[in-house]
Design a binder for this molecule. Structure first.
Ligand SMILES: C[S@@+](CC[C@H](N)C(=O)[O-])C[C@H]1O[C@@H](n2cnc3c(N)ncnc32)[C@H](O)[C@@H]1O
Length: 287
């Protein structure tokens, strides 16, 4: 457990350890299969090099941490920081299972963590920066831990309407499920909270970062991949606002939802070749 939290981030660890979000840890393969192309683009932009000290912010189940660790070898180190002990435990198990040297995790709230004398050459994140209640505090803390010339590179989503891969799943069954209970992540945070480029520039500028750039990345997300409809259904039911709605729904109401979702996924496969668009910003800055 992280011993301390920024006051506004109390509850965030519980949120990310909780029933409706822990699929990010327990079923990371489902999301990783869909994020292959965008992850490749993020790493091309971050350009980790051997010997570097790298930080993976909000590392989750460790998929990108493992990539980072391999990229900075030999001689480098990759630290995955996450507020959720559950996510870090999965990452730790994968580091051990794959015998990846130079990788470790840290359960901590980035907003208040004191890195001491540790310095990083690269701070990277795949969707791990959108949930800080006080993002300026978090990015100022991070900047203080960067070596001179240190690079920041992370991916965040652009607007919801540009990301049908994420928003359409809920639409497909809207009439069949009660609206999901409100997310327990802090106000002003969430999947699309970094969509406004002016806000991104203000946060990073106020936190002291320089040379801030935002590059759009448009990719197709394979909602129904080669693994087939059952796997896609598993993804849809675990990784969407639907997961929150379904968690509290009575059993009998789940049956028609699953049937409707299956029909919708069939349609995506038939009409769209199984893929839907996603839109990101690749954000870069220098210390
Ligand atoms: C959408 S998940 C992304 C996980 C991972 N980067 C990936 O791409 O699979 C967001 C992650 O950010 C972490 N997170 C949220 N607030 C945090 C904070 N204040 N400090 C550190 N990690 C945080 C969550 O626990 C969660 O694992």
């Amino acid at each position: 457990m992280a011993s301390d939290f920024h006051p506004a981030n109390r509850g965030v660890a519980a949120h990310w350890d909780g029933a409706t979000t822990r699929a990010w840890a327990d079923a990371h393969e489902l999301i990783d299969r869909r994020f292959v192309a965008l992850t490749r683009s993020l790493f091309a932009a971050a350009a980790p090099k051997s010997g570097e000290r790298a930080l993976d912010i909000g590392c989750g189940a460790g998929t990108t941490l493992l990539v980072l660790a391999r990229a900075v070898a030999p001689g480098g180190r990759a630290v995955g920081l996450d507020i959720s002990a559950r996510q870090c435990a999965v990452a730790d198990a994968r580091i051990a299972a794959e015998s990846v040297g130079g990788a470790s995790t840290l359960v901590a709230d980035l907003s208040i963590h004191d890195f001491g004398a540790t310095r990083f050459d690269l701070a990277f994140s795949r969707f791990g920066v959108m949930f800080f209640a006080d993002p300026v505090a978090a990015f100022a803390k991070l900047r203080a831990a960067m070596a001179p010339g240190g690079r920041l590179c992370f991916g965040v989503f652009r607007a919801a309407d540009l990301n049908p891969w994420a928003t359409r799943m809920g639409d497909a069954v809207r009439d069949l499920v009660a609206p999901p209970p409100p997310s327990s992540s802090p106000p002003g945070t969430g999947q699309f909270s970094w969509a406004d480029p002016a806000r991104v520039r203000t946060i990073l500028g106020d936190a002291g970062w320089h040379d801030v750039s935002l590059d759009p990345l448009d990719v197709a997300i394979p909602i129904v991949g080669p693994e087939g409809i059952d796997e896609a259904l598993d993804f849809a039911l675990n990784f969407s606002p639907l997961a929150r709605a379904m968690a509290s729904a009575p059993l009998e109401s789940k049956v028609p939802v699953v049937a409707a979702m299956r029909a919708w996924l069939d349609g995506v496969k038939r009409e769209r070749g199984g893929a839907l668009p996603a839109a990101l910003w690749i954000v870069r800055a220098r210390r």
